[in-house]
Design a protein around this ligand. Structure first.
Ligand code: PEP
Ligand code: MN
Length: 340
C-alpha cells in the first residue's frame, strides 16, 4: 500500500501519517518527490487494510493506493498461477472442456423438466438447471414450486445422470437445496448477501456465483472471497449481464470479464447469455462469443415451449435451437483449443 501526500503537505502532517503507520506495527518507506511525497507501507496486509480508510482521511493525504489486491484466496497468485477445477458430481468445470449447464428458467412440471433434461443431454449439456425458488422482480409473479421442484430435479438427475444446479435465496432454502442439488446457485440479486455467502461457504457445496447487475469485477471477486474464506473452494463465477444505459437488451453482457477474471482469479468463469441479453435470438451469438473469449462454460435456459414459460420466456431456447447452438459451439471451442 502506498500513501500519496499532496503538494503543500506540511512536515507535521507527514510525520502524523508516519506515526500512525508505525504505531500499527507496519514499516514505512518514504520517497520525496518535487511535489509529492509517497509513503510506502510494508507489513501485514490485514493490518494495512484496517488502517487504509483512516489514513485516507488524514490531512495532507491525497490518496491511498493498494498495491496488492484486497482479495486473497480467489486471486490467481494465491493458487500458484494454476486454474482451479470445480467438480459438480462427476462433471469438472474449469478442466479444459466447455461445460454447458442447461434447463428451464423455472421448474414448472415434471414433464417439462424431464423432456428438457433428455433433450439438452442428448445435445451435449453436462449439467441440468431449473429454478425452484425464483427471485422475481414482482411478488405477484410465479415464485417457483419450491421443494416439489427440487424433487422433480432430483428425479431428472436419476433419469439422465446429469448433476443439478438450482438457486437458493436464503439460508432456509440453502439447507433444502443442499439436500437435493449438486450445486447451489447464488443469483445476481444476492451476490452481495454476505450472510448467504458465508452460509454457502460453510455448506461446502459447490457454488455458482452470479455477478450482480451493478457489481464491479472486484466486488464479484470479494463475494467469492466470502465463500472461500469459510473454507469452501468450490466456486464458479458467472457473468450474466450488467445494467447500462442500453435498453434494447435486458442487460449488457460484459464479455470483457472473461479474460479479466481469467487473469485475476484461478476460479472457473462461465457466461449466461440468456439473462445477459433477454432475447433468445441473441443467445447463440453471445454463447459463441463467450466460448471464443475463453469461458469455461455456459448457462443456458431451455424450455420445451418458451411462449408458455412461467418466467423468462423471451430468452429461453427451444430444445431444437439449443441443439443447433451446441453444434456451432464445437467449431469455436476447437479453434480456441477446447472442446464442448
Ligand atoms: C436464473 O439463473 O434463473 C436467474 C434468476 O439468474 P440471475 O440471478 O442472473 O438473474
Ligand atoms: Mn431465468
Amino acid at each position: 500500500m502506498i500513501v500519496v501526500m499532496g503538494p503543500g503537505t506540511t512536515r507535521a502532517q507527514r510525520e502524523a501519517v508516519i506515526r500512525k503507520i508505525e504505531a500499527a506495527g507496519l514499516q514505512v518507506h518514504v520517497s520525496e518527490g518535487v511535489e509529492r511525497t509517497v509513503v510506502g507501507v510494508v507489513g501485514d496486509s490485514h493490518t494495512k487494510e484496517l488502517l487504509r480508510e483512516g489514513l485516507e482521511a488524514m490531512p495532507g493525504v491525497e490518496t491511498v493506493v493498494r498495491i496488492l489486491q484486497p482479495y486473497k484466496l480467489v486471486s490467481r497468485e494465491f493458487h500458484g498461477g494454476r486454474d482451479t477445477t470445480v467438480w459438480v458430481g462427476d462433471v469438472a468445470i474449469g478442466g479444459g472442456r466447455v461445460v454447458v449447464i442447461a434447463g428451464p428458467c423455472s421448474v414448472e412440471s415434471r414433464d417439462q423438466v424431464m423432456d428438457t433434461a433428455r433433450a439438452v443431454k442428448s445435445a451435449g449439456a453436462q449439467l441440468l438447471r431449473g429454478g425452484a425458488f425464483k427471485p422475481r422482480t414482482s411478488p405477484y409473479s410465479f415464485q417457483g414450486l419450491e421443494e416439489e421442484a427440487l424433487r422433480i430435479l432430483a428425479e431428472a438427475r436419476e433419469a439422465t445422470g446429469m448433476p443439478i444446479v438450482t438457486e437458493a435465496m436464503d439460508n432456509r432454502q440453502l439447507e433444502m437445496v443442499v439436500k437435493y442439488a449438486d450445486m447451489v446457485q447464488i443469483g445476481a440479486r444476492n451476490m452481495q448477501n454476505y450472510t448467504l455467502l458465508r452460509d454457502a461457504g460453510r455448506a461446502k457445496h459447490p457454488v455458482l456465483l452470479k455477478r450482480g447487475p451493478s457489481a464491479t469485477i472486484e466486488e464479484l471477486l470479494l463475494a467469492a472471497e466470502y465463500v472461500m474464506a469459510e473454507g469452501n473452494p468450490h466456486v464458479v463465477l458467472c457473468e450474466r449481464g450488467i445494467r447500462t444505459f442500453e435498453s434494447y437488451t435486458r442487460f449488457t453482457l460484459d464479455l470483457t470479464v472473461v479474460p479479466v477474471l481469467k487473469r485475476l482469479t484461478h476460479l472457473p468463469v462461465i457466461v449466461d447469455p440468456c439473462h445477459g441479453t433477454g432475447k433468445w435470438e441473441l443467445v447463440t451469438p453471445m454463447a459463441r462469443a463467450a466460448v471464443a473469449a475463453g469461458a469455461d462454460g455456459l448457462l443456458v435456459e431451455v424450455h420445451p415451449e418458451p411462449s408458455r414459460a412461467l418466467s423468462d420466456g423471451p430468452q429461453q431456447l427451444t430444445p431444437e435451437n439449443f441443439a443447433v447452438m451446441m453444434q456451432e459451439l464445437d467449431a469455436i471451442a476447437l479453434a480456441v483449443g477446447r472442446r464442448v
